[in-house]
Design a protein around this ligand. Structure first.
Ligand code: PPS
Length: 288
């Protein structure tokens, strides 16, 4: 199913029709979670693939084989996408599931289970840069036209998958309602080892030193950039135009500084302050 030009609208959010249908989205909101499920939730470009790889290594006890032989979208499939049911590893003790859906859609349903939720967030200035570049290669997303035009749409919450601000605040609001942990892309960068330990404690996994070592090696940016099962080079060029750039693009913190003009930065800061001034995650990233 191509549907590259199709946009699905669900709960007021635009989503790529190439990956979603009204039926796949309805299914997502009624999916029978198990208490043993582990759900990665992110706004796009916030560290989803990184977390999928980390969990793969944690649950394999450091054996890189699954991460090297199974595409990430089969190891931790997207709940809302059309391929979910055929990809889900139903017999796994802990099913890994990924979602970009906002809390107002998925939260109430998840509250009925004891599934563990891992929410990964990233500095929105770096998110918008990464997302802009991704729009240039992903043929199932609209042409971003220019960075300036895309930035405006992002701040207005009019890009695919909706508003970053609504996403982050909505999921932060689930703190008391779900078994949820909050991780930032910046923490993964600063201290992958420490963050993996924090994750293991949350998941109830005993972390052996050799698992940690293997995880650090396999989940580095360089290793993942060269892993065809994580870097999306398996996706054919008519769906991801690899001549326009790489999915594993730079993998750094603060790349926004080489993209934002002073007026764009001032506008972003104003909206960010209005929306986020009292949220605790902001302490993890540098806005100046
Ligand atoms: S998606 O499309 O929503 O699944 O994208 P997502 O995986 O959330 O985000 C892609 C960005 O994460 C970077 N990335 C990493 N950075 C550092 N280390 C590792 N191991 C890593 N793996 C993925 C990836 O390069 C994208 O960020 P940018 O800034 O574009 O490089």
């Amino acid at each position: 199913m191509e549907r590259l030009e199709v946009t699905e609208t669900f709960a007021g959010i635009a989503l790529p029709g190439h990956l979603h249908t009204a039926e796949s989205l309805q299914f997502a909101t009624k999916f029978p979670f198990r208490d043993t499920d582990v759900v990665i939730v992110t706004y796009p470009k916030s560290g989803t693939t990184w977390m999928q790889e980390i969990l793969t290594l944690l649950y394999s006890g450091g054996d890189a084989q699954p991460a090297k032989t199974i595409p990430n979208w089969e190891r931790a499939p997207w709940l809302e996408q059309i391929h979910f049911r055929s990809s889900l590893r139903d017999t796994a003790t802990h099913r890994l599931i990924t979602s970009h859906l906002p809390a107002r859609v998925l939260g109430p349903w998840l509250q009925g289970s004891k599934a563990k939720v891992i929410y990964v967030a990233r500095n929105p200035k770096d998110v918008v840069v990464s997302y802009y570049h991704f729009h240039r290669l992903a043929k199932f997303l609209p042409d971003p036209v220019s960075f300036d035009a895309f930035l405006q749409q992002f701040l207005e919450g009019k890009v695919h998958y909706g508003s970053w601000f609504e996403h982050v605040k909505g999921w932060l609001g689930q703190r008391q309602l779900l078994d949820i942990i909050y991780i930032t892309y910046e923490e993964l960068h600063k201290d992958l080892r420490g963050t993996a330990q924090r994750l293991s404690a949350f998941l109830g996994i005993t972390l052996e030193p050799q698992t940690l070592l293997a995880l650090e090696q396999h989940c580095s940016f360089a290793a993942m950039r060269d892993n065809a099962m994580a870097n999306y080079t398996l996706i054919p060029p008519e769906i991801m135009d690899h001549s326009q750039g790489r999915f594993m693009r730079k993998g750094v913190v603060g790349d926004w500084r080489s993209h934002f003009s002073p007026p764009q930065n001032a506008l972003f800061d104003r909206v960010y302050h209005e929306e986020m001034h009292d949220t605790e995650l902001s302490a993890h990233w540098a806005m100046v």
